[in-house]
Design a protein around this ligand. Structure first.
Ligand SMILES: [Zn+2]
Ligand SMILES: [Zn+2]
Ligand SMILES: [Zn+2]
Length: 1015
């Protein structure tokens, strides 16, 4: 028998080495090192072999900077999915990727190399780009790992890897050989700063101020042919444009064939500084003039051009203006009247200046009327002239100027010639380059395209077009949120042909040979395989360094023009590279279909064998990666590359503003990890509904840290209460657990089924509803556990003999709850759950990490259907809430102090009475009073208050028909050990006032009656 301690020291208080202070910034890196040592990711893959697969295919972030909060959110969500799917029993590999080629890196490298780049051989420039990308791949990898994201970080996929580059080219050849690819002159978005074509997805709209000009085009054909009323009149039309620099390329004026047009006679107006009377061309506002404009816009045009007192001379359909001719306002050129359906009556004049080299609509109209689309604006935006063709004596003032500089010069020329009817500045939404944020232009250039209308066969061999099949495939995919489906459908339905060429060097070459005679590519599958193999061995550098002769067979034949050329002659290498969206868009082909860790599962998906393939990225990827991936997979495999697509909203500050340096409102996930912990970043990710826009700020992250402390503290108390509990030895069988403990297990099972579904694979984790998991677990921990269960258990846990059945019953429940909870939070609180895991009571065969464990089976937490029990306890909580309110009021009146200083009498009848009698033994504990007595209210007599000792104060409360309470000061005597008021207290050695229950506990604990005070 041991010597006597202090009476207080005989309480069994929680005991655990689990530290209260997390010190996450210091401890998380240590745990990462442990995971690395365990080779946890590899172990997880091994453990998952043979299980059904779930593939989350990573959308590669661009490797050109440190990670920001959007990246952390993206990878955090993916990590929740991979971990929860793994714990739900799936094989869920995660191979992260990096997007490496493209303009942003090439531009950075340009800046670093400066003029030196011009003299450097291509492989050296590419080497510098590779090194640049690798630097950020290493940085981002370290940052993603730091916030606890599992994945194959040792071997991510990189679009600049040799095998990936080879696969990208192979995919391009797939398009080429199947007849999707053509080369053509076409107006495309063009950035004159970056000197490259831009895809639709690379253009963003922003406000821009342009000169808005109304320009007179004089009719040179017979006006009477349009309408007899115009015979002998000086007739013009008025065009409106915000790009005066395109006027030198003006070849036509388009009218809507079905619109009503009017011919307005404007009375002579006095001379103004803008339109002086003396004109070199003789055309001025001072003479009477007739203007043809759309009837709907006539009033607005007259106002804008200050044409007062106008008379309508004639009214006719736009079709009357087909093939009339006009005089170009400043060039010796006849401009054709053409008809086009896209002419609108929203703004302008209804007469649209048409420059086939500088607009998509213009280009197609030009094709219909055989107009020349030659572009005289060069790659850097310089205007060129063709003095011979334009019949000019001297170059005009705008020659050689950049487009923006040419604008005022051209406006001045218009004014000088009396062709300018009005000019003002217009701020409007204008396309800008997404890389350099400068305004872009439309420019006709030779580009490579994938034709959206290419014929293609469905799986059942019926014929359709590429565009239609892509739209049909969208329909088979689950879009989350659902609006994504309409969004991407509209984008695919209306997009132009895909311009896949870029005039840069850092990318996969469009590795084809062009015939010098007919300008067409050689399409030869055997040759293509040879070049793919070359790239596999030597990377894209090889395209720049290998001589044509080494690749082209002797006497190669152009199948198009039939020309047989001697070796090395007559063909040239294409220099363009592929659009980076093509690179990342073939990741399903280069990675999912090719990587040994993924290919079997991906193949099962492609064969419709039930494997899900998920893409999850930001909502802007409907026009980016989701889009390009869909197109490449539909073209090459006839199906979508995914079965499910989820999109995340934007991260904003608390006021809903975007993060910006100037506002200083940014939240840097790396900084948060270093100051508060990667776990806090993770908790924030879980706290937001990622489908909406999400708020983040220092304040909100601090709030997450606060919630983290509460969660951690509860885990610590749970672990502390499990001290001395050996599940194998001490577990109480479920049917013998005390009712409260059974209730808590039923509640835990209910929560578990919400989180992972009754099958363990669905629920909120299955639906990627992480914010619901977060809120439900918070509520469970803070309300059910901390404020209720752990609190009311104190008496049983601290004062009962450690080995007593009642205490073991509580420990059994606490143990099952902790075992369930630690698994349920593991996908989110990955560091902390793994730490808790190490402090759980030892169990044979326990996995080395929580991440190697599976989610709990709901029936292993509590084997019965929890619903009836929970229903029953709802009533008990209803009574408890009522009782606690009354106790609180009496405490407020200072009649009693702690709950244990009170006895509670409950007066009730009917079913409530039965229920309470059934739970009588446990009521004292859940009401946290010294005694609970239950009395029946009988119909034949009113409630009779009990006889009380003389002078005792008592309180009767809330007498209703069914339920009333009487709160009395506790009868009996306060036990010095457990503080309960007990009928009997006596001395235990020199310890005075120890209740019988405590004395029994002390005896059971083999603590002698002390004969003298502890030293
Ligand atoms: Zn640009
Ligand atoms: Zn040829
Ligand atoms: Zn006691």
């Amino acid at each position: 028998m041991s010597s006597a301690p202090e009476l207080k020291a005989t309480l069994t208080l929680p005991q655990t080495a689990f530290p209260m202070k997390a010190n996450l910034p210091h401890n998380e890196p240590l745990r990462l090192a442990r995971w690395a040592e365990l080779r946890l990711y590899e172990e997880l893959r091994k453990a998952g072999a043979g299980r059904p697969a779930f593939l989350l295919h990573d959308g590669p972030p661009y490797a050109n900077g440190p990670i920001h909060l959007g990246h952390a959110l993206n990878k955090g969500l993916k990590d929740f999915i991979v971990k929860s799917k793994t714990m739900a029993g799936f094989y869920a590999p995660y191979v992260p990727g990096y997007d490496c080629h493209g303009l942003p890196i090439e531009i950075k490298v340009d800046e670093q190399l400066g003029r030196k780049k011009l003299e450097m051989p291509a492989p050296e420039v590419l080497e510098a780009c590779r090194a640049y990308a690798q630097k950020y791949i290493d940085l981002q990898t370290a940052q993603f790992e730091r916030i606890g994201c599992f994945g194959r970080w040792r071997e991510p996929y990189k679009t600049m890897a040799r095998d990936y580059e080879a696969r990208t080219l192979e995919a391009f050849y797939g398009f080429l050989e199947k007849g999707f690819v053509y080369r053509g002159l076409k107006p495309v978005y063009w950035c004159i700063h970056d000197r490259t074509a831009l895809a639709e997805a690379e253009v963003e709209y922003a406000p821009h101020t342009s000169p808005s000009v109304y320009v007179r085009y004089r009719l040179t054909s017979d006006p009477a042919a349009i309408d007899p009323a115009l015979a002998g009149k000086q007739v013009s039309t008025i065009i409106w444009t915000t790009t005066p620099w395109t006027l030198p390329a003006s070849l036509a004026v388009a009218f809507h064939p079905d619109f009503e047009y009017v011919a307005l006679e404007a009375n002579p107006t006095p001379c103004t500084p803008l339109s002086p009377c003396a004109e070199t061309s003789g055309a001025s506002k001072s003479e009477s003039a007739v203007y043809i404009v759309a009837a709907e816009l006539a009033e607005a045009v007259a106002a804008a051009c200050e044409l007062d007192t106008t008379t309508e001379l004639a009214r006719f359909k736009g079709s009357q203006l087909d093939r009339v001719t006009f005089q170009h306002p400043f060039l010796d050129r006849s401009v054709l009247g053409v008809l086009a359906d896209y002419v609108t009556a929203d703004q302008g004049t209804g007469a649209v200046h048409t420059a086939p080299a500088h607009g998509a609509d213009d280009f197609y109209t030009g094709q219909r009327y055989s107009l020349d689309p030659t572009c005289r604006v060069d790659a850097v935006g310089g205007l060129h002239v063709d003095p011979a063709a334009w019949n000019l004596a001297a170059p005009p003032a705008f020659a050689g100027k950049k487009v923006w500089a040419a604008n005022p010069i051209i406006v001045a020329m218009l004014e000088e010639r009396g062709a300018l009817l009005a000019v003002s500045d217009l701020e409007h939404s204008y396309p800008h380059c997404w890389r350099c944020h400068k305004p872009v232009i439309y420019r006709a250039t030779e580009q490579w395209f994938i034709g959206m209308e290419t014929p293609i066969k469905r799986a059942d061999s019926s014929e359709t077009t590429f565009r239609n099949l892509a739209i049909e495939e969208i329909d088979k995919v689950i879009w989350d949120p659902a609006w994504g489906k309409e969004r991407i459908t509209n984008m695919i339905a209306t997009r132009p042909d895909w311009c896949i060429s870029r005039q840069r060097i850092w990318g996969v070459p469009i590795a084809v040979f062009l015939c010098e005679k007919c300008n067409r590519p050689i399409i030869d599958a055997a040759l293509n395989r040879k070049i793919v193999e070359l790239l596999e061995r030597e990377g894209i550098e090889a395209w720049h360094t290998t001589e044509i002769e080494a690749l082209l067979p002797d006497n190669a034949v152009c199948k198009n023009c039939g020309e047989i050329r001697p070796p090395g002659q007559g063909f040239r290498k294409e220099k363009d590279i592929l659009d980076v969206w093509f690179d990342s868009g073939v990741s399903w082909f280069a990675v999912a279909e090719s990587d040994s860790e993924l290919q079997a599962s991906y193949s099962a998906f492609q064969k419709n064998e039930g494997t899900e393939v998920l893409y999850l990225e930001g909502g802007d990827q409907h026009r980016g990666w989701f889009h390009s991936s869909l197109l490449t997979s539909v073209a090459l495999r006839g199906r979508a590359p995914y079965s499910r697509v989820a999109t995340a909203g934007w991260t904003l500050d608390e006021q809903g503003r975007a993060f910006s340096k100037s506002l200083g409102n940014g939240v840097d996930p790396v900084d948060i990890a270093n100051r508060l912990g990667g776990e806090i970043v993770r908790l924030w990710v879980a706290s937001v509904d990622f489908r909406e826009d999400m708020a983040a700020s220092e304040n909100l992250l601090q709030r997450c840290a606060e919630i983290y402390r509460k969660l951690r503290n509860t885990f610590k108390i749970l672990l502390g209460n499990l001290h001395g509990f050996d599940p194998a030895r001490d577990q109480v069988i479920e049917s013998e657990l005390l009712p409260l403990d059974r209730y808590m297990l039923a509640r835990t099972r209910e929560l578990t089924e919400k989180i992972i579904g009754p099958d363990g694979k669905t629920g909120w984790y299955g639906a990627f509803e992480f914010h619901r998991v977060y809120h439900a677990i918070n509520e469970f921990v803070i309300v059910d556990l901390s404020a209720f269960y752990i609190d009311v258990l104190k008496d049983r846990m601290y004062t009962f003999a450690p080995t007593s059945q009642a205490r073991r019953s509580a420990q059994t429940a606490l143990w099952r709850i902790t075992e369930a909870l630690v698994r349920l939070v593991a996908p989110i609180l990955s560091f902390t759950a793994d730490e808790v895991w190490e402090y759980l009571p030892a169990v044979e065969g326990r996995e080395a990490s929580v991440h190697l464990a599976q989610f709990p089976r709901p029936e292993s937490i509590f084997s019965e259907d929890p619903a009836p029990l929970l229903e029953e306890w709802k009533e008990i909580f209803f009574i408890r809430d009522d009782a606690l309110r009354h106790l609180e009021r009496i405490r407020g009146a200072k009649i009693i102090g702690k709950g244990l200083e009170a006895d509670l009498q409950i007066y009730t009848k009917g079913e409530l009475l039965l229920l309470l009698r059934c739970h009588a033994a446990g009521l004292k504990e859940i009401f946290n009073v010294s005694e609970v007595k239950i009395y029946e209210i009988t119909p034949d007599r009113r409630l009779k208050l009990p006889d009380l000792p003389h002078g005792t104060r008592f309180n009767t409360l809330s007498f209703s028909d069914n339920l009333s309470f009487v709160v009395l000061p506790a009868s009996g005597h306060k036990c010095a050990r457990c503080w309960n008021f007990m009928p009997e207290v006596s001395n235990y050695g020199i310890w005075q006032n120890v209740c019988t229950r405590c004395q029994e506990a002390l005896t059971e604990m083999k603590i002698d009656q002390p004969t003298e005070a502890a030293p």
